[in-house]
Design a protein around this ligand. Structure first.
Ligand code: MN
Length: 746
């Protein structure tokens, strides 16, 4: 191409080198050698993005090149995907249209680029208001061609790898969204390696201090682990060599994110996590038909060397996970007395484990016919499609339903005819009824589980045989939502309840209008909002339903509220946030008011406030990194950054997040500390000593349980700051016999 070059010679060379690397990787892959069209796509994209730079300052084209490289080397996809990756930002960011792409590259690539363009808007833009909406679009394109999603994940992976150049506020939001949606999606599509990289990168930006801490500890204990690995594997290597097996063996470190998750979930310290190191054996069977038997041969050989843990044999060989993962996992006792996990899998299984469904197709040898994929993945896609087709008014519900379906271990249930169904763990009779047929679900009264009568909320176990019992007079009630755990069942129940609610709502509206007429009150949005607040209703329609169902009875209290009037605190609050005159904009506090991005920070100078309150899910304490979430009425809830609810809210409503800073004087608030140790005489006395010696701290509760010489306890205290809390923790750690002291995250 003889285009005018707008970058420096060094930069142009960098671009050429990156493209050459991509071509080399492609040529080494199993795909047909369609280098012409890849070169054409590269030249097209290079010309389209010529002169444009990324936030980081590098030429823009380096981004599509990197995405194409991921698609090729890390996902194992072919030329169509590589071309689409190279072209993925052309329509979004330049003057070229989908028509242009179609004319040059044909309909298939154009369709994929179109899918990628449709979901591009907003995810990184300023107007990123409803990520849920975007994610919905993303999943909808899955029906067209799943390569759209795979490339989108590659795009997100590269953006996460280069997140350093974004502003911290954006980093935080993008990282949250990645952890909440993209990592689970990657997992569900079998991209296990990419999933864990996405998690680690998100973790690094969301909790930089904890991330660094774990990384430091990992590198500190490296040599000790190497020694342990060497000792553990040398008899294994000797044995497998003598059997004439072709294999490779390597140590595998648990990722920083999964270490952190385990520490939090089980209140463990880094030192207490014993399975940081796992050993992986990847073998090449002499012929494909020997794959399974060789796997078990290796396992048997290992049992001759080490004792295996009776409860920790995981056979995903004969029954793969729904995302296609296959391997045999087992845990053995090393000669040093530590449990070590060993993962055994063939080269083919290994590739599927890392590259997901892309590798599936490669081995299936059937070309690219994804639509007729008869696997569990196909069923999953179908469920997602059903959820998408249900017009859910609440985006949060939607995200939760999807998430429910992304992560979950599976159980196997038999129908009366002996057919096998895969269900998420925790599924109930009701869930199972809905998977059979909607009618079975809506009319379910119970089931015969292994020929025994059980209720609709009975939790199923793997291997159960279930015969659903129905009755035409059965009627869905809201309580059913407590018994249904699968996305499909919940969606169907909600759909039915909504339909039912619409009738109540109409009735409620009529009652309210009658009341307002009698009392000569005007039903303005402000007035409706006051009523909603009074009864803790999310919105006006929930209020109408409650009135319609006589759960709310209109009377004196309502009349006082509506006739009282006056300017509310949140109006004042909003106008203080927007420096512009409050009268020229939208009225604040309206239920459906568009809440613009708030540039100002919220400073917390008081523990008691009408403007904000502290979330009870995570109980933040001054000093904790926190964020504010602007609720519908304008009220602000303060969550810890690492609170799960906060992560959820952030993923769905990024622009309602407020930066929050502590500036607290003399208030106190509650916190809990969990501790564990040996039950020595006097330990308890020392514990109370530590706490009472700290001025400013009040112990409100102490629960100690002791069993077989080990005690566990929780101390509830009132503290002034995180510093106070840390000081107590440090003091407790110094007591002889106490092994664990952690703050309890409720
Ligand atoms: Mn991109």
């Amino acid at each position: 191409m003889s285009e005018e070059r707008l970058f420096s010679a060094d930069e142009e060379r960098l671009i050429d080198e990156a493209f050459q690397h991509l071509l080399d990787s492609y040529i080494q892959s199993v795909h047909r050698k369609k280098t012409d069209i890849i070169t054409k796509a590269f030249n097209f994209a290079r010309k389209a993005h010529n002169g444009i730079r990324r936030h980081s300052g590098e030429p823009y084209i380096m981004h599509p090149l990197a995405v194409a490289q991921i698609v090729c080397s890390e996902m194992g996809l072919g030329s169509t995907s590589i071309c689409s990756a190279l072209l993925h930002d052309v329509v979004e960011d330049t003057d070229y249209t989908i028509e242009d792409i179609k004319n040059v590259f044909g309909p298939k690539i154009a369709q994929i680029v179109d899918g990628l363009t449709k979901i591009a808007g907003g995810i990184f833009g300023e107007k990123a208001s409803a990520q849920a909406e975007n994610f919905k679009k993303l999943l909808l394109t899955m029906n067209d061609d799943i390569r759209v999603i795979l490339i989108k994940i590659a795009d997100r992976l590269h953006n996460m790898r280069t997140l350093d150049s974004m502003q911290p506020r954006k980093q935080y939001k993008i990282a949250g969204e990645t952890l909440y949606l993209y990592a689970p999606l990657a997992y569900r599509l079998g991209l296990n390696k990419i999933k864990s990289e996405l998690e680690d990168l998100s973790f690094k930006y969301e909790h930089p201090v904890e991330f660094k801490d774990i990384q430091d500890k990992l590198s500190f204990s490296q040599s000790e682990r190497n020694e342990m690995y060497r000792k553990f594997t040398s008899p294994i290597i000797e044995k497998l060599d003598s059997m004439g097996i072709k294999y490779s063996i390597k140590g595998r470190l648990k990722s920083p994110y999964s270490i952190w998750k385990k520490m939090n979930r089980n209140s463990l310290t880094f030192e207490e996590i014993f399975d940081i190191l796992a050993v992986r054996i990847v073998f090449d069977p002499p012929e494909p038909s020997k794959e399974k038997s060789e796997c078990f041969d290796i396992y048997l050989a290992l049992t001759g060397i080490y004792k295996s843990h009776p409860d920790r044999l995981r056979d995903w060989i004969t029954r793969p996970k729904a995302n296609g993962y296959q391997a045999l996992h087992s845990t053995f006792m090393s000669n040093e007395g530590r449990w070590v996990e060993v993962q055994i899998r063939s080269r083919r299984m290994d590739e599927i484990a890392e590259q997901g469904i892309a590798a599936h197709w490669k081995y299936k040898d059937t070309g690219h016919d994804y639509q007729e994929d008869e696997t569990e993945l196909g069923h999953w896609l179908e469920t997602i499609k059903e959820i998408l087709e249900d017009p859910q008014p609440d985006s949060m519900d939607f995200l939760d339903s999807i998430k429910l379906n992304l992560y979950s271990s599976e159980i196997f249930i038999f129908t009366p005819k002996g057919e096998l169904r895969t269900m998420p763990q925790g599924s109930t009779v009701l869930d199972f009824a809905f998977t059979i047929h909607t009618f079975m679900g809506t009319n379910c009264i119970g089931a015969k589980v292994n020929h025994k009568l059980e209720a609709i909320n009975y939790e199923l176990k793997s291997g159960d045989q279930v015969e659903v019992l129905t009755s035409k007079s059965q009627k869905i009630s809201p309580e059913w939502l407590n018994f249904a755990t699968t996305a499909k069942a919940r969606a169907k129940i909600k759909q039915w309840l909504r339909k039912n609610n619409r009738e109540s709502e109409k009735f409620g509206e009529a009652l309210l209008h009658e009341f307002a007429n009698n009392e000569r009150i005007e039903l303005t949005p402000q007035n409706l909002n006051r009523l909603c607040k009074l009864h803790g209703m999310e919105n006006a329609s929930a209020l109408m339903v409650a009135i319609g169902q006589k759960k709310v009875v209109l009377g004196e209290e309502e009349r006082d509220i509506l006739k009282g009037g006056g300017s509310s605190w949140y109006k004042r609050f909003w106008s203080s946030l927007y420096k512009s005159s409050p009268s020229d904009g939208k009225k604040a506090g309206q239920p459906d008011a568009d809440i613009p991005n708030v540039k100002n920070k919220l400073i917390i100078s008081d523990m008691e406030s009408h403007v904000y309150s502290f979330a009870t899910c995570c109980n933040p304490v001054p000093g904790d990194p926190v964020l504010g979430f602007i609720e519908e009425g304008g009220h602000i809830t303060i969550h810890k950054l690492k609170c799960e609810t906060a992560t959820r809210l952030k993923a769905a409503n990024g622009n309602r997040i407020l930066q929050v800073e502590w500036n607290i004087g003399n208030s106190i608030f509650p916190a809990s500390i969990y501790m564990k140790g040996l039950d020595n005489i006097g330990t308890l006395g020392k514990v109370t000593d530590v706490i009472s010696k700290k001025m400013n701290v009040n112990m409100t509760r102490l629960v100690i349980e002791s069993k077989e010489g080990v005690f566990e306890g929780t101390i509830s205290v009132m503290v002034h700051s995180l510093m106070d809390l840390k000081a107590i923790q440090e003091g407790l750690k110094k007591i002889p016999g106490i092994t664990t002291v952690v703050r309890k995250e409720e």
